[in-house]
Design a protein around this ligand. Structure first.
Ligand code: COA
Ligand code: AMP
Length: 637
């Protein structure tokens, strides 16, 4: 590790209180903290900036207006899917947000209340999030690609009284009407949401229910602007649900104070971005990348953020990202490697990249999934700027390992997100909880306490938090990823240690899909595994054991389970393949050997587990998978 980074990293671990108190000077507090890091509930629970009062929306908007950035662009909405573009200055965005906060207040929303936001990539989504932050209400954004069941699960857990939604999302191949999904979710999770604010979009209608629904525009026109409510730094800003091993998603809680401090620090030190510059995270607000780096991070730093409603390819072509960069003067692009794989597939020579001169572009950051070296090299060659892989997760809200451009650029090692970021004491541990030798794969963990912004707990589930993250290796947070550290301290993140899969940079639970498969009446038993895919990284594949008595054909059952996953979880699960098998391989204690089946499907070497009940079943699985083309031949990128 180079000297300056090394010094900062060491200081951050030796004296986190001083390190983060200095970083906290970058944001504005209405009352300062009494304790920088409260360790009184250690070893499991830590809280940052206890006693401080602040407001995230004030820091993201009002502070910049008061400081002279009122006329600077805060948010550029660029939507090739609707042909629209709109720019909001900091002043305009603050005024919209204040009005939306007033609208929410008129519906009874106050500090601590939850608001569920189920929206497409429109500026009103950011307005709604910031309006909640302004009031101290806790938002929970649900990605628009999720369908009714996922929405209902989140409503049942967060118990919001108000939902903010839109009449539709827009995908390149279709309009996605939200009303049927919202109605189904509200029926499944009955009696919780009282009022629904609806943004009507031209592409699809919404039949307003006069008693329950409020039209966004009518409501905004009547609303009195609301001011920022001063909150405890430890008050929750949002809950973002993410996939775990079971079908029950985990409600990641983010606080106000620590989150602001870490994000502001990361904008400067990880991304090397200054106030006034244009920063673009080409993701979706429904994911953590969107929360941190479409909405909060860039605005806290006084940057211009781009909210893009489109795809890397097909809207209208593979030059779309580069058109946006050139047109809006983007300095820093953040996306998932899968987006570059999609672009490369359509435009292998980069002709559409060269068609858009991008003198402002300084760096491309990639995250969301492992970045394969091939994609990294291609992007480097095409863009001529540093391409930086960085690794983090919903739980942390910002990078655990990254090449910190704002401190100093380390040599890039393809396949590695470089070294741990200041604040994170990363250790690769073996089964005995001791660090494994360099170069050896183990569980990637972070020694407690975690730095600011990382989850203080799960929403109303302290025990689940401890059990899910802090029990496997005492004194450490277990990230759920496996990998190794090399002799230079570079991390290599190789795979998940649980049953979470990563499809096109989207984190999905195979457990949730299995629950849907199991609900099909002909299915007696099932398993979902992640198989490799050249474009999306991984895809889910279902294995089904049917009830002996069924008359339904295999093809019918397969078609039915595919339709059910799409209707319940959503199209984003990309669940398109399933096969009927006679039996599933299990251990003698009855645990399904998903990993072994995934290795077979991926054509990887594997050892027959010593605990297997009947090894002959593996041959049956091999044959069944071969019958549907797994493992595939060499795939083109
Ligand atoms: N609302 C409704 N449906 C959605 C949706 C949304 N917000 N987002 C995706 N979907 C649908 C898609 O239309 C598609 O449906 P289909 O089965 O009818 O084609 C399905 O979900 C799968 O979507 P996606 O994974 O986006 O695949 P794709 O084939 O449409 O596009 C990529 C592939 C690589 C272009 C695309 O995945 C992409 O842009 N990825 C970027 C990754 C990213 O932003 N990751 C976030 C973390 S950084
Ligand atoms: P999410 O919580 O949706 O952001 O997903 C986080 C998970 O995605 C991580 O735990 C990893 O499994 C994976 N991931 C994210 N970024 C990277 C990366 N740069 N390299 C490898 N895996 C990554």
């Amino acid at each position: 590790m180079a000297t300056r980074l090394h010094d900062l990293h060491s200081t951050s671990l030796e004296d986190p209180e001083t390190f983060w108190a200095e970083a906290a000077e970058a944001v504005s507090w209405s009352r300062r903290w009494t304790t920088v890091l409260d360790r009184s509930r250690a070893p499991h629970f830590h809280r940052w900036f206890v006693g401080a009062r602040c407001n995230t929306c004030y820091n993201a908007l009002d502070r910049h207006v008061e400081g002279g950035r009122g006329e600077q662009a805060a948010l550029i909405y660029d939507s090739p899917l609707t042909g629209q573009q709109r720019t909001y200055s900091y002043r305009e965005l603050r005024d919209e947000v204040a009005r939306c906060a007033g609208l929410l207040r008129s519906l009874g929303v106050e500090r601590g209340d939850r608001v569920i936001i189920y929206m497409p990539m429109v500026p009103e989504t950011a307005v709604a999030m910031l309006a909640c932050a302004r009031l101290g209400a806790v938002h929970s954004v649900v990605f628009g690609g999720f369908a009714a069941q996922e929405l209902a699960t989140r409503i049942r857990d967060a118990r919001p009284t108000v939902m903010i939604t839109a009449s539709c999302g827009i995908e390149p191949n279709r309009v996605v009407p939200y009303q049927p999904m919202v109605q189904r979710a509200l029926t499944e999770a009955a009696g919780i949401v009282q009022r629904v604010v609806v943004l009507a979009r031209d592409a699809a209608p919404w039949a307003l229910d006069e008693e329950c629904d409020v039209d966004w525009h009518a409501g905004m026109a009547q609303a009195e602007p609301a001011d920022c409510v001063q909150l405890e730094a430890t008050d929750p800003l949002y809950i973002l649900y993410t996939s775990g091993t079971t079908g029950e998603p985990k409600g990641i809680v983010r606080d106000n104070g620590g989150h602001m401090v870490a994000l502001a620090w990361s904008m400067k030190h990880v991304y090397g971005v200054e106030p006034g510059e244009v920063y673009w995270a080409a993701s979706d607000v429904g994911w953590v990348v969107g929360h941190s780096y479409i909405v909060y991070g860039p605005l806290l730093q006084g940057c211009t953020t781009v909210l893009y409603e489109g795809k890397p390819v097909g809207t209208p072509d593979a030059g779309a990202f580069f058109r946006v960069i050139a047109e809006h003067g983007v300095t820093t692009l953040f996306t998932a490697p899968t987006a570059f794989r999609a672009i490369r597939r359509v435009d292998p020579t980069g002709a559409l990249i060269r068609a858009h001169p991008m003198p402002t572009l300084r760096a491309l950051f990639l995250a969301g999934e492992r970045c394969d070296p091939d994609t990294l090299h291609w992007a480097e060659e095409q863009l001529g700027v540093p391409v930086i892989d960085h690794w983090w997760q919903t739980e942390t809200g910002w990078s655990i390992a990254a090449n910190c451009l704002g401190i100093e650029l380390l040599p890039v090692k393809p396949g590695s997100p470089a070294t741990p970021v200041p604040g994170y004491d990363v250790r690769v541990l073996g089964e005995d909880h001791e660090e494994v030798p360099r170069g050896t794969i183990g569980d990637i963990c972070v020694r407690l306490p975690l730095p600011p912004s990382c989850l203080p707990t799960l929403w109303q589930a302290d025990d689940r938090y401890v059990e899910s993250y802090l029990t496997a290796h005492p004194g450490h947070y277990t990230t759920g990823d496996a990998g190794y550290m090399d002799d230079d301290g570079y991390l290599f993140v190789m795979s998940r240690i649980d049953d979470v899969i990563n499809v096109a940079g989207h984190r999905l639970s195979t457990g949730a899909m299995e629950e849907v498969l199991a609900s099909q009446p002909d299915v007696a038993e099932c398993a979902v595994i992640g198989v490799k895919d050249a474009l999306k990284g991984q895809l889910p594949l279902g294995l089904l054991v049917l009830n002996a008595a069924t008359d339904t054909t295999h093809d019918e059952v397969v078609a039915d389970v595919i339709a059910r996953v799409r209707a319940s979880i959503g199209a984003v699960a990309a669940f398109k393949t399933a096969v009927v098998v006679a039996r599933l391989p299990k251990t003698r204690s009855g645990k399904i050997l998903r990993r072994t089946m995934a290795a077979i499907a991926n054509g990887e070497a594997f050892e027959v587990p010593a605990t297997i009940d009947d090894p002959a079943i593996l041959d049956e699985i091999t044959l069944a998978l071969r019958g549907i083309g797994y493992p595939p031949g060499p795939q083109q990128p």
